[in-house]
Design a protein around this ligand. Structure first.
Ligand code: THU
Length: 130
């Protein structure tokens, strides 16, 4: 994974609004043109209304007119490595392929990669609606 994706996730994490969990998360997604879209978690006093870093990054990707995630990176401040939650795995799968790599990062850089198929086996995909 190239350093720029990791650095974008780490920089996004600094924007985290997480006064309730105090758990800052950053995510970065590379699109089919190589551009990076990043996001942080944004919590709300009405707890279920918060959104994850991956969802913020996806919103940026979509608003930039892109539709395909070719690579992803996730980082959290308080855990050595954080894996995307179940809901985010499903959200990522909407715009990524089963082979898309999701990098789990710590402050030193990317440490471990999973494919989306490893994170979300037997996914509910668009073919399920056919
Ligand atoms: N969080 C994310 O942003 N992404 C994940 O994949 C895991 C959880 C956030 C949600 C909440 O703001 C905080 O981490 C604690 O759960």
């Amino acid at each position: 994974m190239s350093q720029d994706l990791f650095e974008a996730a780490r920089a996004a994490m600094q924007h985290s609004h997480s006064p309730y969990s105090k758990f800052k998360v950053g995510a970065a997604l590379r699109d089919e043109n190589g551009r990076i879209h990043a996001g942080c978690n944004i919590e709300n006093v009405a707890f279920p209304e918060g959104i994850c870093a991956e969802a913020t990054a996806i919103a940026h990707l979509i608003m930039a007119g892109r539709r395909h995630i070719t690579e992803a990176a996730v980082i959290a401040e308080r855990l050595p490595l954080v894996a995307p939650c179940g809901g985010c795995r499903q959200k990522l799968s909407e715009f990524a392929s089963p082979q898309t790599r999701v990098w789990l990062c710590d402050d030193a850089g990317p440490q471990k990669a999973f494919t989306l198929a490893e994170l979300l086996p037997a996914a509910f995909g668009t073919d399920s609606l056919a």
